[in-house]
Design a protein around this ligand. Sequence first.
Ligand SMILES: Cc1cc2nc3c(=O)[nH]c(=O)nc-3n(C[C@H](O)[C@H](O)[C@H](O)COP(=O)(O)OP(=O)(O)OC[C@H]3O[C@@H](n4cnc5c(N)ncnc54)[C@H](O)[C@@H]3O)c2cc1C
Length: 241
Amino acid sequence: MRLLEDAGCPLFTREDGKVFPQSLRSTDVRDTLLKLVINKGHHVQYHSRIVKVEKADHGFTLYDSNGIEYSTAKLILAAGGAAYPQTGSDGSGYDLAKQLGHSILDPKPALAAVKIRSFGSFRECAGITLPRTSLKLGKQMMQGDLLITHLGFSGPLILDNSYRMQPSARIGLVFDAAGRFVDLVKQHPRKQLSSILQLLDIPHRLSEAILQHCGGVQLPSSRALRQRQKSPGRMAEARGV
Ligand SMILES: Cc1cc2nc3c(=O)[nH]c(=O)nc-3n(C[C@H](O)[C@H](O)[C@H](O)COP(=O)(O)OP(=O)(O)OC[C@H]3O[C@@H](n4cnc5c(N)ncnc54)[C@H](O)[C@@H]3O)c2cc1C
């Protein structure tokens, strides 16, 4: 952080510990780093994809896809991961590391949105954000802001925790962590379930989707709900793809 600030790119730290340039422009970070490199007299070679690397007597020999050969005494391999191939970070760095004799642990997705199999009526809820929602994954509970997308879930709660999820993992969303649902049903025995869900600050579109989703199975009567004191917080479960 000091490196960037001393080079003229002031930063700020958000409550969640994430750091941003004060300008909120990522290009300011890129330009500052580039300026530091160029000011030190280094050359940046663009449009050159390294396809092969060999250990040589003097250091290393690299070959790019245009057939150009480079020699260097020292080599820092910083080819990113495989998360965003359009930027050139397509996982070829793993192959280069292997060519030099390194072993590679199987990469796992992280900072990713999740797709939900059979998302059905919840597609209509794309764009809804739910602040401070709880997510249940196995025995673990996490909290954060959730964004509903056309295909599943995103937002900080999912991006920060998707590395813990396996394909086909079952995730639970707890909309009523305080367990108010049963009490509200008791207090308002004549209210529609959709209205009770809205009392829990669940947006109208989402409460409609939850009820539509439950439509395949018989909705519990309000008397049954009044008796169902156990696990009142669990409202919805989804299986990721
Ligand atoms: C969608 C998305 C959003 C993100 N948002 C944020 C955010 O808001 N804040 C944050 O801090 N982080 C964010 N990240 C993470 C951040 O982008 C990465 O952690 C960071 O860029 C990793 O830096 P790096 O230098 O290791 O790799 P990269 O930034 O991936 O750089 C690797 C470079 O190597 C080049 N390269 C790869 N293979 C070769 C090859 N064979 N020959 C020549 N060149 C090659 C690539 O073209 C690339 O320029 C985000 C990531 C993604 C995918």
